[in-house]
Design a protein around this ligand. Sequence first.
Ligand code: DMJ
Length: 664
Amino acid sequence: EKVANEGSELPTAPSMDSHLGRSRHLRKLEHGEQPTPTQPPRQSSPPHQSSQPQQSSPPQQSSPPQQASQPQQSSLPQQSSPPQQASPLQQSSLPQQPPQQQQPRQQRRQGRHGSHSLSDEMAANDDAHTNAQPERQEAVKAAFLHAWRSYEEHAWGDDEVNPLSRTSIKSFGMGLTLVDSLDTMHLMGLSSQFAAACEWVKEELTFGTQEDVNVFEVTIRILGGLLSAYELSSSTPLLDAAEELGLRMLFAFDTPTGLPYGTIGLRSGRRYNPGWAGGASTIAEVGTLQLEFRALSRHTGNPAFEAVAQRIMAHLRNMRRPPALPAGLYPTFISPTSGQFTSQHVTLGARADSLYEYLLKQWLFSSKTDARVRSMYAESVRSIMKHLVKYGGLRCNNCSYIGSWNFYTKAYTNSMDHLVCFVPGMLALGVQQGVLEEVEHMAVAEHLMRTCYKMYADSPTGLAPEIATFRNHERAVAAESQARHNLLRPETIESLFILWRQTANDMYREWGWEIFQAIERHCKISGGGYSGLKDVTQHGVEHNGKMESFFTAETLKYLWLLFSDGSVIPLEQYVFNTEAHPLKIYPEYQAGAEFGYVPEPHEVDEVYTQWMRLPGAPDKEDVRVRSMARAQLLAKTELLQYVRTQRQIKELRFTLTGSAAIPR
Ligand code: DMJ
């Protein structure tokens, strides 16, 4: 059941349809563009990236796992201690003893523990971070090629592959696996595969016919994939495609609140949320677009994308919240029409997860200038620690986990999605980048990391279930029968990578290697491809017949990075979007007082004028459509206190299009 499309001032997909796709193709023909990934970007300030794939450092002997160093100050329990009877108080609050793990890098730099000098510690840390494990990297790269072979042979240009039936799966209609994997190929130095995929994007990828696509998924996977690969390679067709897609998605945001609908039809122009969601969007869907839309504004010079993303943040900051809802927690559903939360369910798992991740990452992306998102993140983590993090005691051999919670009834559920395993990485990244209470955050990060690892290690196949259940008096992490599947998800590997970068503790690499070997044992399909599993507790595994695009976009990329040295994608210079697409932090691109950096109209006009003069610029029709979308967005920004009179807007439209005859 679908909510009917509401009247929109923005161009609907059909009206854009006739211009955008056609003009991009015409442009390709008229200007005879070559399929080269090294084409300079059309921005006046191009991304500061080499056009060459990064090489891994020369082979070195991989080091044995490091021994855990002395315990740090922490309020968490030792993992190795025997199970103890946990008191009800212990079960609902943070435990008291530290895990036996290394101190966070920052603490060691500050010389808080131990007798080494600061310079000794930094040198040791730097050594650890230049210590790549090339043999393991090669094994991961071989796995990528094995996966890619199946996609290339059986699903090229389609969305995903079923490696069992050797058939393609159509879902987004956007070459999902291909686009999602671009930057992984670039990082791994797979230049011929990367070039072939870029060529497909340039020649074959068109937007405008796809129906019922999810705004969030398309943003994180397709837009994020295109933008990241563009930044790494400077291949302009990737940015062209990203811009076209971004423009076509803008109408999803044309709601009374600025919160987007979750689903759109690029042909029909319909935007809606499913009936089962009561017409609401999920909180993850509205809060996980900001990095990609900001990057798109930066690279195109069009402020519209950033404006719609910032408008969501303004809404989340200023909205009326239920009195019983602790500050910093966001229930799973929110209505794009009323702007109010429509559920009482709070989780760090499905439907909410990446909202929290993006609070931290928006701050990093603003070069740590956007204090508003930083304080939202701080508030969130405080409430997560207080209401959601639990110590399992006997439930899981002294592990800690994050269940879900009804903020109204206070009912707590002792289960955790694998999706939640991004949290250790998020907390560690925050600590590494200088967020607040670092001892407590890092201790919780390390403790949750161990639980996520245990989800794998406690399973007979060595692979984690989709949802773990923490049962009374059961030491191993278990799963209910309907939640024992494994989709080759990345979150645990992602967190291992960040914790390894943060602590230089090779234990995290060992855990990652164990997980990789379990994937090789159970998920690898002879002849090409990898498949998810139906039940990780069964020794005779049954495959589910799908290689998700995030396996090559995220899981294999994070594994490869886990075994690379710290100079590859430094976390001080890049932010990974939630689909593992690294986006460059531009220090000069900072937050303004209210809505981030939204250029003044005259600045936009200047950029636009320069852009139109460049060879290979879009044809006039293309510009007309784009300008119309932008002018309408500028009108929208009145709601963002970006005040312009109607008269000024009309003039602006005229200036931008050279014609007053703009379809309404
Ligand atoms: C990915 O699409 C992203 O990581 C997202 O944030 C969560 N779900 C999948 C992977 O599990």
